[in-house]
Design a protein around this ligand. Sequence first.
Ligand SMILES: [Zn+2]
Length: 195
Amino acid sequence: MNCLEFERLLDEGAPDRLPAEALEHARGCVSCARSLARARSLERALEAHFASEARLPDGFTERVMARVERGEARGVRWLTLPSALPWWTRAAAEPGVVLALATVALIVWRGDRWQEGARVAWDGLVGAATSASDWLTTLGFAPVGEAFARAFAPAGGVPWAVAVGLVLGVAPLVVLGGWLAWRAGERLVQAVAAR
Ligand SMILES: [Zn+2]
């Protein structure tokens, strides 16, 4: 081991845990022996310093919590501070409001594109309804299929936008009905299983 290797080991810290060959070198080298002594005394000093400072003063946590509670007793409500804002700032931050505003902004910004897209989607929907009604007729459910087709057929004179609005208005009711039917089915299954 040479002096450079010894210094490098010393820089890695822990002068008390040096390998035997390093200690052997320090015994025969005055300069490295001095470095080792310096490193050891520095470590002692650091240990002594942090051993006395690292502990929190007695009752520190209790005093902080008592101060927080006194603050709350004086009317500072840490968790409800946002309610101090005017109602409209809070309303504007509601996710639903943000979403609605973003949608309105998009429609205002790119209204023509959106209408075009909706028109294409509507044509596809009518096509799907027609093929579904054909399929129902093949299976022998002609009356159901006719009702289905009538519901989706673009009525003469009704603007497509009105028809889209009707479908959008009715769709949540259809979804709700489906969900209720599903819940009823679940209850039925549970009742049968419990018997
Ligand atoms: Zn040396």
